[in-house]
Design a protein around this ligand. Structure first.
Ligand SMILES: *Cc1c(COP(=O)(O)O)cnc(C)c1O
Length: 417
């Protein structure tokens, strides 16, 4: 799907794919060399997302997925309005995690019929907003139901309700497990039949099931295995459903390679598995379409985080490139967003993209904490004050997942180019 990273580029051990070409010696986003783009943005640091990389990637995935599968975008990976607007033209629906995301989705022109709202702890006001918008609410707790029904009665709208199930199995080898055992997500599978029976007497439209088992998985076999168990579970649970239903959301979890040693997810076995699961669903639940919801897989590699070197210092023989950006803007790249062992995101020189990576340097930010590390002893060309450093794979869980206020530096800009 993407051209492999340029030969000679300094990513020892990384199998990360760099979709950005070199123009005039610089990494280029949206065809614009980074020094020029930085001038256009007017300040550093910033996030830059490449519209054409994003579009081609999502279209490429669509083209190989079975036609019977609907592809949804999980907005929390990157809710920048311009990204969401682009995504609306590329995917079949959006998955929201808050009323705030719902606003962005509706502003972007997304169809509420193809939106679902998941997440624990939805407040009554948020549920009421979702009912008013006609968005499907993925119920995570039986306690949400009376609020939804009350909002529907008050507004004269029939609420759309799906049940998020916490299955009794997990997605193995996932970066984040979100099912199996005790969880704050979804309703435990063994309790779901009772909840379904309780829906029969309520004035709601039953939309189906949402079963999400985990995130950031690079093992196709683990994903296929969880998907098979998910469909089997949904078919069993459907026996107690109050009506035939239109949606079977089997989750996602497709991971992306961030770190040295990560290998990209193999899609072929997943596509094959989805084909057979669509056939099984068509027989057992003929009204239901299979939906998968992906976040990072759709957006991660189309984004770079760009920071400028403000100091180059040597401490006891080790080179430090001190930049104007850091963990406050990109918590994940600093290793503090759920990683157990800190590993480097792929880091390249944006302004010396074509030069050999013949120096070992640590890229740090301006915060007074050793946690503020964007690259620990990475191979880079010799860089000077004024050069631009790029953290690749930054299109997901960057800007909105970072403690932007920490140390009171300005927030970075975001551009879709
Ligand atoms: C976070 C989340 C996603 C997106 O996860 P990615 O790893 O970005 O694909 C999808 N669905 C649900 C329910 C989530 O909580």
């Amino acid at each position: 799907m993407n051209a492999p990273i340029k030969e000679g580029l300094p990513l020892p051990g990384h199998v990360v794919l760099c979709p950005f070409p070199e123009v005039d010696g610089c990494l280029a986003v949206g065809g614009i060399p980074l020094d020029r783009l930085a001038a256009r943005v007017g300040s550093t640091p910033f996030y830059a997302y490449d519209r054409s990389v994003l579009t081609q990637h999502v279209k490429g995935l669509r083209a190989i997925l079975p036609r019977a599968v609907d592809l949804h975008y999980a907005m929390k990976a990157n809710p920048m309005p311009a990204i969401v607007q682009t995504m609306v033209g590329l995917v079949d629906g959006l998955d929201l995690a808050s009323a705030g995301e719902m606003k962005v989705a509706l502003d972007a022109g997304a169809d509420p019929d193809e939106m679902s709202f998941a997440g624990p702890g939805k407040r009554p006001e948020e549920l009421r907003q979702a009912v008013a918008a006609g968005v499907t609410i993925n119920v995570e707790s039986a306690a949400e139901i009376p609020h939804i029904v009350a909002a529907g009665e008050e507004l004269g709208v029939r609420p759309r309700v799906a049940i998020r199930v916490n299955p009794d199995f997990e997605l193995k080898s996932s970066g984040m497990k979100m099912s199996g055992g005790a969880k704050q997500f979804g309703i435990d599978a063994e309790v779901v039949p009772d909840v379904l029976r309780s829906l029969a007497s309520l004035d709601i439209e039953f939309r189906g099931f949402h079963i999400y088992t985990g995130s950031q998985n690079l093992r196709a076999e683990a994903i296929c295995d969880a998907q098979r168990q998910t469909v089997d579970l949904a078919i069993r649970l459907a026996a107690d459903a109050p009506a035939a239903f239109p949606v079977l959301n089997i989750g996602g979890g497709f991971g992306v390679p961030y770190f040295p040693g990560d290998t990209p997810l193999e899609l072929a076995p997943i596509v094959e598995n989805l084909e057979s699961l669509c056939e099984q669903t068509a027989k057992a639940l003929p009204s239901a379409k299979v939906v998968i919801e992906l976040g990072r897989y759709l957006v991660a590699h189309s984004g770079v985080y760009v920071a400028r070197v403000v100091d180059r210092k040597i401490s006891r023989g080790q080179v430090y490139l001190v930049t104007d950006g850091g963990m406050h803007h990109h918590l994940a790249a600093s290793g503090n967003f759920g990683q157990v062992i800190r590993k480097n995101y792929p880091v390249v020189s944006g302004t010396r993209f074509a030069e050999p990576a013949d120096e070992t340097a640590s890229v740090v930010g301006p915060l007074c904490t050793p946690l503020d590390l964007l690259g620990d002893k990475v191979q880079l060309p010799h860089m000077e004050v004024g050069d631009l450093v790029c953290v690749l794979m930054s299109g997901a869980y960057g800007y909105t997942s970072s403690p932007l206020q920490f140390l009171s530096h300005p927030a970075p800009a975001q551009v879709l180019v």
